[in-house]
Design a protein around this ligand. Sequence first.
Ligand code: HXC
Length: 511
Amino acid sequence: MKDIIEQLETRRANARLGGGERRTKAQHGRGKLTARERIDLLLDDGSFEEFDMFVEHRCVDFGMDKAEKIPGDGVVTGWGTVNGRTVFVFSKDFTVLGGSLSDTHAAKIVKVQEMALKVRAPIIGLFDAGGARIQEGVAALGGYGEVFLRNVRASGVIPQISVIMGPCAGGDVYSPAMTDFIFMVRDTSYMFVTGPEVVKTVTNETVTSEELGGAKVHSSKSSVADGAFDTDVDALLQVRRLIDFLPANCEDGVPEVPSFDDANRVDTSLDTLIPDNPNKPYDMRELITKVIDEADFFEIGTDFARNIITGFARLEGRSVGIVANQPMVLAGVLDSDASRKAARFVRFCDAFNIPIVTFVDVPGFLPGVAQEHGGIIKHGAKLLFAFSQATVPLVTVITRKAFGGAYVVMSSKHIGSDMNYAWPTAQIAVMGAKGAVEIIFRADTGDADAISERTREYEARFLSPFVAAERGYIDEVIQPHSTRRRITRALAMLRNKHVERPKRKHDNIPL
Ligand code: HXC
């Protein structure tokens, strides 16, 4: 009996070595942790329970039947806890055949995906791999298909998070692409469908892996990634932080943590946040952090479409999603990228019953040939669709500009928002004074006195929250310093909001 127990320990220890000391050293030499070290950092101490540690590949082609078989087959899977809450995890082991995906490797991922869906708990994938196991050919392709299918089946049911911590190419990119959030590690990770060599052959472009699909490109340009972190350790600790904000599944409701921040806290500095000059920017992040619990804000997509801010926060210890125009960047205008970024975030929050708080200071949609040719009609419609479709509690605060179509799109009362507040500094109008006067008083063009008189008239009548408040488009004009209290109370009132939509197979969001 003792021998058998010892044998098990030896087998386990052998499996835990992955691709062996030499390859582990090389992994560390590149500034990367191993698959198991990553899991240990991601999960609560000692909480990891591994599945399928002894699974081996069954390939017999290209000498694979004669080569040493490494137990685990290039991916470590299982479950554990993050601050006590169950999560499932798979972590690609680059030290075993470059983390490449074989038939059996795919089956291990599918098993953990199915378990996560059955148990209704989040799943986190850590990627560091060379794509399809080349020796396995079509069996690897089939394996990818099986993984993709489970990603889609789990979409909107459990949160799915991907962290790219090394190469992620070919078949490996599409599983993360169908999850809710992708994070990358700077300098050590890259993602592309085809690498620099194929690009050179096909299009004759010369690029490095970093230029083609590094963390900077994907977090600021392509928007494939929702964030980038400096090291493996930082990325994993931030994912733990994110998990704390998320419900376990679409039916569980938001997590509630003890809050030590008084819901009635007033902040008088907000009374002077808006500059006297309406063309002067201010930092919307300052408002967000002053309103939310303990200034704890987990931003999503920080470096992409910086004219809109999206992220998770808490009020009274309960998670909320924040969407806010950022006047510091492009005056907070809505363009195609900002619309797409916010639409995706709104849909995530709605799928997982996370209430949304929207802060509005938007001069309109961005005009221009590039925007029109780039499909701003369709991209803007995504955000309009997402807010209109949402059934979670929606609370909106207009701080300054809310002009034109952008006013309607940014969670206005007309498209289903529940409580809409405006600061006294709000300007809710079809457009700014200058543009309006130039059009409706064209006859006065050239008469500077008449134009400035008309501009004053327009400003006095329309550039305030009161025309909208008179119509009930705004529920109340509130004092900036009491914003936290007002939003928190509105969310408490809305806690049992329940909206039924007509039965349908699914909607047809403008993709
Ligand atoms: C089998 C692989 C492998 C793969 C790497 N290895 N990729 N084995 N299949 N796809 C093995 C190597 O043989 C090596 O084994 C070890 O992993 C480390 O690889 P290196 O090349 O030494 O590492 P590095 O220099 O860091 O380069 C990493 C890499 C490179 C950029 C990922 O390995 C690479 O380009 N691999 C092939 C990528 C690829 O073309 N994949 C197929 C994509 S097609 P030893 O024994 O020396 O440690 C695809 C289609 C699916 O995925 C589509 C589904 C929809």
